[in-house]
Design a protein around this ligand. Sequence first.
Ligand SMILES: [Zn+2]
Length: 249
Amino acid sequence: MAHVTVLLAGSPIRTNLGILGFSAVSLVETEGLRILVDVGHYGRRERLLRALAERRIDPVLVDHVVLTHLHWDHALNLDLFPEAEVHVGAAEIDRAEAPPASDPHTIRGSAAWLRARRTRAIAAPTTRLAEGVDLLLTPGHSPGHLAVCVREPDGPTVISGDAAPTARAWRLGRPDHVYDDAALARASVARLHDLRPVRVVPGHDAPFALRPDGIEPEPAEEAEFLFREDRERDFRVRAGELPARETYD
Ligand SMILES: [Zn+2]
């Protein structure tokens, strides 16, 4: 039976200074295979490596990486998994060849990365990746978005990526941000609803269970801001006028 472990939960947190882009990273295990769904960006690289090390998983032993789409926050850590076969929507690769200005998030140059390694371009509506693991074309947020349906013992888990990035988007039936086609985006969420999952791992929110009486979020780490208390003091420390009391990273 296939099993999903959320290695890093996604977060909907946004800031006025820029986008943090914490996407979910999930591990699917079935038939002795290790499949990662999304890999996150450099800001979560060490955390991802730690989460794998805690499970005694060497990154070179990851068999498959599914990229829900080629937005930077989901895909930048791909180089950590050099031996894995990559599965990505064919229309994502086409877009990555020449992303329009209206889509600032698709990684420029990523089509060349994918050409240089073992990559399967997915164009069918449903593709069986392994026992109990299906890739579902769910376009709209981006042109070739993939969601993943995993048949677990207690029912299907849907890893929805940015087709439904938050619990709110799941409830409303549309993603918060659309970089391709709003009508397709709605149809994709409807397709995921029709699977009647018992659990959803959204792209940018805590995983949640779907019960007859509603949505129940799973416990997930909250982002915590480590503000510098005294900005002026901080400038003076950097200028060498005051000794550093502690280090920041
Ligand atoms: Zn996205």
